[in-house]
Design a protein. Sequence first.
Length: 148
Amino acid sequence: MEGRAKPDYATCVKISTDASLREMIPPGALVMLTPLIAGTFFGVETLAGVLAGSLVSSVQVAISASNTGGAWDNAKKYIEAGGNEHAKSLGLKGSDAHKAAVKGDKIGDPLKDTSGPSLNILIKLMAVESLVFAPFFAAHGGLLFKLF
């Protein structure tokens, strides 16, 4: 705490990695269990609707995240370049506008580099899992409708 000891980078990385993996369990379970629950209890028609809804909403969020992240990244570059009068009027590095753009870039980079592209994996995972279990859903799915 006083700054006299050497930092223990390995422990820091281990703590961060363990916390990240623990925090990914609920979203991962949601993605993996949704097709199984929909197909088993409600049938293939409901599962098709779930897949279509996840596709449409994921594509919209992915495009929005990628575009937003790119815009924040470009705002910082625009100010730093100072290539025209408007950019110069905002101030160069160290100005309030540049500080704000740097903060925006810290949010924008994960949006455009990880959050947007990761939704592609979500769509593929749900679709492939649904295809793997399709014969089971066709034969035994829709339990709630069969019971009532």
